[in-house]
Design a protein. Sequence first.
Length: 116
Amino acid sequence: QVQLVESGGGLVQPGGSLRLSCVASGFTFRLVGMSWYRQAPGKERELVASITIGGYTNYADSVKGRFTISRDNAKNTVYLQMNSLKPEDTAVYYCTPTSGGGYGYWGQGTQVTVSS
């Protein structure tokens, strides 16, 4: 059974930082790429960052230089370090595999709110 559990969201002031975590189970984590998406109220879900099995990363233009995606295969966990947060980063953040047995599955998401 595929499970994706996101955590680490919260309320933060503009310019602040948060680190999101996503613990995966039910598939061979080390053999698939992983992505973080986000969905703001009234908007479509959008890709934020991806990481391949080899550790290559890709970012949306809106977060380049501020966000960093990483993974720990020993812990079946993918992270999203978010710095210099802006109000427009407010959204529910989700992780999902890019291929493999967990492809198409989503977690419950974690809410990130950037506000003063």
